[in-house]
Design a protein around this ligand. Structure first.
Ligand SMILES: [Zn+2]
Length: 377
């Protein structure tokens, strides 16, 4: 921890003092602002100066061991807010909700809890903490440390940190204390087996130096981050089918369930219209494999028949019905309360490009003759 109470009951930030003063201050009596137990100053060369409890584990709010990364990250963020003159409080003890965010800031009077998460925690705990903030009028931003920064695959914990904004799509933040920068992963899309697609975009936000970026810039980008296109080639489809065939062969449960459902519709996972396998990239918040709901949508269009005119509104209703019937399943993600329709809209856009549907007016589509052909190949 970076904050403790002195004998005058004042909250003191250890980073406010140069090392030579700390050696003097070390002799004073310090207490934990949360549990009021005595704490002591640790001033060494390896870790950044911090306070520590005499008896570990007794304190609820500071039970997690503090890693050098966590300490350094908190301090780095505090300096960054200082630089921008954003009011902040390090390790604020929110006694009414029994939570202690790493940093609490006030942005246009809205309190925002910032959590720099370096060590793994259970998805339940993360959800609990998030709900605690949201229910009590705090916004919350999670920033992950090195261990939790996504590389290839998206773990179930990493997925919990994903948020959504129209301009940047699905995104999450990570903080690199060595490079002193925040990286935003935006337009996050996953491929087969939860692999993060190369289409995901990384943007760097330096926190220090003359090129440092503002918090505003990070949170409210003025420009849309464009989506990278997926390549629709026969080679890619073949690859996708091969992976799927392998998954079915090895008894992957999720794909076997989907295969059973497709079978009821007289379809086979490996012999769907090619349009069902694309785009390969899929939303990181939908648990149901994309090729499955793609084929449900294609079937729906097929049953409506060529020439049929339909509104986006109807299709959204159709989507919601499928969600209610658990035909399309989402991951429960605490930072995305209202599920956006982006996946549906993206797929409709793709079907337009392929000429399966044609946009008539805004948000109105006509099913073309091509739909007959899809199911008779
Ligand atoms: Zn304590």
């Amino acid at each position: 921890m970076l904050i403790a109470m002195n004998n005058k009951n004042e909250r003191i930030a250890i980073c406010a003092y140069p090392i030579k003063d700390l050696i003097q201050l070390k002799k004073e009596k310090w207490t934990c602002p949360s549990c009021k137990e005595p704490v002591f100053m640790k001033v060494g060369t390896a870790k950044q100066p911090h306070f520590s409890h005499y008896r570990q584990g007794k304190c609820q709010t500071f039970s997690e061991g503090e890693t050098p990364e966590h300490l350094a990250g908190k301090q780095l963020l505090a300096q960054w807010f200082e630089l921008q003159q954003i009011p902040y409080q390090l390790e604020a003890s929110l006694s009414t909700i029994q939570q202690r965010p790493d940093i609490l800031i006030y942005e246009k009077k809205q309190p925002i809890a910032i959590e720099f998460q370096c060590s793994p925690l259970s998805a339940n705990k993360m959800q609990e903490r998030t709900q605690g903030y949201l229910k009590n009028g705090y916004a919350v931003i999670w920033i992950v440390g090195k261990k939790l920064t996504p590389i290839n695959k998206l773990s179930s914990l990493q997925r919990q940190f994903i948020s959504y904004q129209k301009k940047v799509g699905f995104y999450l933040f990570s903080l690199d204390i060595e490079q002193q920068k925040i990286v935003r992963y935006s337009q996050i899309v996953t491929n087969f087996n939860e692999r993060i697609s190369h289409q995901t975009i990384q943007t760097t936000f330096p926190l220090t130096g003359s090129k440092h970026q503002s918090f505003q810039n990070l949170m409210m980008p003025s420009q849309k981050v464009p989506i990278k296109k997926d390549e629709f080639t026969i080679k890619n489809i073949k690859q996708q089918q091969k992976k799927l065939s392998k998954a079915l062969y090895y008894g992957n449960k999720q794909h076997l369930i989907v295969q059973e459902k497709l079978y009821m519709q007289h379809l086979h996972a490996l012999y769907l219209p090619v349009e069902a396998y694309f785009p390969l990239a899929d939303s990181p918040i939908i648990r149901t494999p994309a090729y499955y709901w793609h084929s449900l949508l294609l079937l729906r269009l097929f049953h409506l028949g060529a020439g049929h005119l339909l509104e986006l509104k109807e299709l959204k209703k159709w989507w919601q019905k499928k969600v209610l019937a658990a035909e399309i399943q989402y991951y429960p993600l605490p930072l995305i309360q209202r599920k956006p329709f982006v996946s549906l809209e993206r797929y409709l856009h793709f079907l337009q490009q392929l000429g399966v549907i044609k946009a008539e007016k805004k948000d109105e589509y006509r099913v073309t003759e091509k739909i007959q052909w899809l199911f008779t190949q």
